[in-house]
Design a protein around this ligand. Structure first.
Ligand SMILES: Nc1nc2c(ncn2[C@@H]2O[C@H](COP(=O)(O)OP(=O)(O)O)[C@@H](O)[C@H]2O)c(=O)[nH]1
Ligand SMILES: [Mg+2]
Length: 260
């Protein structure tokens, strides 16, 4: 045992000497360069790790009041509507594993969902949550759509021209809710109507004097009819019924942008 240890020691000191001799022959510049590269790589790896960990899991649920955001929120969380038991005072924000995924095995990443009321220009919560959003769900009432088309389009226009949304290219889902009713409009129809309305808004808003323009970015291609395909953000449409729990397309959208 003692003998073996001695042998190891000898070997080690021999190697140590060889390494020292070698390093002495290497020009110091090369040594510094090697050290710099080693440090840089370590930092880069650390940075990538941090970046991966802080990837957002926030989904912002918004849209006009009455479109069904709160019902959808509870469907996502509990798989039920909580009809009649929920007061509007309750904050609709939570981090949870989607109800539809609780039975799944393995590691499931919880999703942070915020239900941001869309009424009036007072949407301070929106500005707080948008910069960290992994995705935006814009809920539209497909049943009572036409009377609300203008207001919904204005709201969507404001969203899609916000600096925090455009710069980060946050994907947006136009969720046509209440499709459990036969009189609900189709998502294709809703998309087309909103595109037309935004097209009108575009010309009226660009006519406003520079000082009044609060939108940081403009939408679409000048001189061409507006289409969502022109947006730098990816805009998609889907159907849902918060009331009957038909929310699979919504869950797919969330899982596409909040990775496990
Ligand atoms: N038929 C039908 N009604 C719905 C649906 N989702 C919500 N509602 C009704 O629409 C109203 C507004 O819903 P709520 O979630 O409070 O909307 P919010 O203002 O966007 O939060 C409520 O009376 C709901 O019962 C749906 O999928 N189908
Ligand atoms: Mg609500």
């Amino acid at each position: 045992m003692q003998h073996e240890l001695e042998q190891w020691k000898e070997q080690f000191s021999h190697l140590w000497n060889v390494a020292n001799d070698y390093l002495r022959d290497v020009p110091p510049n090369q040594l510094y360069a090697a050290a710099a590269i080693a440090i840089f790589t370590t930092l880069l790896l650390l940075f990538l790790r941090v970046l991966k960990r802080t990837k957002s899991n926030t989904i912002v649920l918004t849209g006009l009041s009455g479109s069904g955001k709160t019902v959808l929120f509870y469907q996502l969380r509990d798989g039920s509507t909580h009809q009649g038991t929920v007061t509007s005072m309750e904050p609709n924000e939570g981090t949870f594993i989607l109800h539809g995924e609780t039975a799944k095995k393995g590691k499931i990443k919880p999703v942070h969902i915020v239900d941001v009321p869309g009424h009036s220009r007072l949407r301070p919560k929106l500005d707080e949550f948008l910069p960290q959003a992994a995705g935006i769900v814009f809920v539209v009432d497909a049943l009572d759509f036409l009377p609300n088309c203008r207001a919904a389009s204005e709201y969507l226009y404001d969203l899609l021209t916000k600096g925090s949304v455009v710069r980060k290219k946050i994907p947006l889902l136009i969720l046509c809710n209440k499709t459990d009713k036969v009189t609900a409009h189709t998502k294709e129809f809703i998309r087309r109507q909103i595109e037309k309305e935004i097209d009108k808004l575009r010309s009226s808003r660009s006519a406003v004097s520079e000082a009044d323009v609060t939108n940081e970015f403009t939408l679409g291609v000048p001189g061409e009819p507006f289409s969502f395909t022109q947006c730098s953000n990816k805009v998609t449409t889907a159907d849902a019924s918060g009331l009957t729990g038909e929310i699979s397309q919504l869950q797919e959208f969330i899982r596409e942008y909040v990775k496990q």
